[in-house]
Ligand binder design. Structure first.
Ligand SMILES: [Ca+2]
Length: 283
């Protein structure tokens, strides 16, 4: 079972990507079965993998969110946050528990993210072999250019486990649980060179927005970061080279940077009725 963190539905060749190259996954799709009407049981990592591995929905295992369900400004919360479990409790029967008791060799290669104070390590949840080259810092850059996000070492360890199991005549269950493509984004230098100048849109900035109580817009280019903390708020400018903590707003000193930010924040987005740049009315 191969699982990837933050992989988009259309990021694989067999689902129509004309940019990413996924020949081996495409071959598995061609030679295997596709389930187009399946849904993830939750919209982010720990809850969805808790459901996948336990075969139960979030109200059964209580992993509703990563960390806490008590998020965002209190005055905008419409429901009392439901108590959340930080990990999958050991009394859940995981796929690995079930297959191990049926005589399978079981191994996890990569991200687990279901321990925490409420959960347990994969070794206590039916996995005999536990391998993770990203351990300790799954989302940070480890500066191993030949093994970005541990993708290659995780794949190799899983392949080795499967070959050994096959040679021993033992049925196996390999949970290949990649940290990629979740941030931090990394790639082999050769892959970067190959895809530079490809058909993906080339921009000299990165833009994103967050609708949490109010619409927050942000952009990055060079050493600059621009933030607008809510509709009709002034743009803030930070020089991340000298001020990574964003403590000194340079908007007054840098009108040219503000003007560039203004133009990006306006042109980088498409209006959508569900995501308006309007602050919610106070209740
Ligand atoms: Ca268990």
């Amino acid at each position: 079972m191969v699982y990837a963190d933050d992989l988009g539905w259309k990021d694989v060749g067999y689902n129509g990507s004309d940019y990413h190259e996924t020949p081996y996954i495409d071959r598995m799709a061609r030679e295997g079965m596709l389930f187009h009407h399946g849904y993830a049981a939750a919209g982010n990592c720990a809850p969805s993998r808790a459901s996948l591995l336990s075969g139960t929905y979030t109200p059964r295992h209580h992993v509703f969110a990563v960390g806490s369900t008590d998020r965002g400004p209190r005055q905008f919360q419409r429901l009392i946050p439901i108590p959340n479990k930080s990990g999958l409790a050991p009394d859940n029967v995981t796929l690995a528990d079930a297959l191990q008791s049926a005589g399978y060799a079981t191994g996890i290669f990569g991200k687990w993210h279901l321990d925490g104070k409420d959960g347990a390590a994969p070794g206590e949840q039916g996995f005999e072999v536990v391998f993770d080259s990203q351990k300790g810092s799954p989302n940070t850059r480890l500066d191993r250019p030949e093994d970005p996000k541990g993708i290659f070492s995780i794949t190799a360890a899983a392949g080795d486990f499967m070959e050994k199991s096959k040679a021993a005549g033992k049925p196996f269950f390999a949970f290949v649980s990649h940290h990629g493509i979740h941030a931090a984004l990394e790639a082999r230098p050769a892959s970067l060179a190959k895809f530079k100048g490809g058909p993906a849109p080339q921009r000299d900035y990165y833009y994103w927005e967050l609708h949490e109580g109010k619409p927050i817009q942000a952009a990055r280019w060079g050493d600059w970061k621009a933030v607008r903390n809510g509709a009709a708020q002034p743009i803030e400018i930070y020089d991340l080279k000298t001020d990574a903590g964003e403590t000194r707003n340079l908007a007054r000193e840098k009108p040219d940077i503000v003007a560039k930010a203004e133009s990006i924040l306006k042109s980088a987005r498409t209006d959508h009725p569900d995501w308006p740049l309007v602050n919610p009315k106070r209740r």
